[in-house]
Design a protein around this ligand. Structure first.
Ligand code: ZN
Length: 308
């Protein structure tokens, strides 16, 4: 269970610079604290256009999660979102001067280090969370995801790659900031060597290297990188991506999330399916066991009948 009873933001602003994985363009990101609970929002400094981290603003989903609005896009937002959600910093303004966030070392580790250095601060009021009340599932081509009721946030992820260096990997954990930092944050993004030529031909992965991704050769038993950070680094990175994509709910989640052979597209499909099924979830506040629903400004307990 979370220890945080109030919404959290940063104590100080923090700036991180680097290059985009796909564009290889330089990008400077400043994460600012906010004064009121207002979720996570991206701000394009040069144009002043703001894009909240919300599922209905997701654009492109191949190889990364992209937010788009008013002709502007922010690519590869998921690792920063994962770091924020993993540390329970659910309210921040992220000012960006380019359209793709820096890939850094391919994990959420450098983002976590920057956020930990900046420190956290509580905002007034209760920490509002989305509590799952009944299961919701999505599936496509043998891949599936399900979210079901659970007190806390628990993730269960399985991947099954027909590749000798990856194979089948499963991991399960109840998320806390400590576990996020220790077990998921440093896991790097990964790809197959044969995919690189294809991505480059599409103008993607131009900034990719062994410095920011684990690369598996076609049939080899080990990665081209010197060493993996975890034996099952691949499934841990998938879980990191999932934590980042769950930020698109717009509020922290209480539920069990199971994923089988999923990726960004299915993560976002699950987020949208849950939000669309308004009978499947309710609002709850940290420290309260019974979910509450806010209807026309009145708060009612879910044990009371709900208006149609
Ligand atoms: Zn990733």
């Amino acid at each position: 269970m979370s220890r945080t009873q109030h919404p959290q933001t940063l104590r100080h602003a923090v700036t991180v610079s680097g290059r985009g994985l796909h564009s290889n363009k330089p990008c400077r990101v400043t994460i600012h604290p906010v004064e009121q609970p207002s979720g996570i929002r991206f701000l394009h400094g040069p144009s002043g256009i703001e894009i909240p981290a919300k599922a209905d603003l997701v654009g492109e989903l191949t190889l990364a999660t992209t937010l788009s609005k008013d002709g502007l896009r922010f690519g590869t937002v998921e690792h920063l979102l994962a770091a924020l959600m993993g540390l329970e910093i659910e309210h921040a303004l992220i000012e960006v001067d380019s359209e793709e966030l820096p890939i850094l070392d391919g994990s959420a580790g450098p983002w976590v280090d920057a956020l930990v250095n900046a420190g956290t601060r509580s905002l007034a009021g209760p920490r509002r969370m989305i509590k799952v009340l009944r299961p919701v599932e999505v599936s496509a081509q043998g891949k599936w995801m399900r979210v079901s009721p659970y007190s806390g946030l628990r993730l269960r992820y399985t991947i099954d790659f027909n590749h000798p260096a990856i194979g089948r990997q499963s991991r399960e954990l109840s998320l806390t900031p400590e576990k996020f930092r220790r077990e998921l944050a440093s896991a790097r993004t990964f790809c197959m060597e044969q995919d690189i030529e294809f991505m480059r031909s599409k103008g993607l992965a131009l900034g990719g290297s062994l410095e920011n991704a684990v690369v598996f050769p076609a049939n080899g038993k080990s990665a081209l990188n010197d060493a993996l950070r975890y034996e099952d680094e691949a499934v841990r990175h998938k879980m990191l991506d999932l934590v980042g994509d769950l930020a698109l709910l717009g509020a922290p989640l209480q539920g069990l999330v199971e994923a089988h052979a999923a990726g960004h597209a299915l993560h976002v499909a699950l987020v949208k399916a849950l939000l669309d099924d308004t009978q499947a979830w309710g609002w709850t506040e940290a420290g309260i066991q019974t979910p509450v629903r806010h209807v026309f400004g009145h708060r009612i307990s879910s044990t009371q009948p709900l208006p149609a």
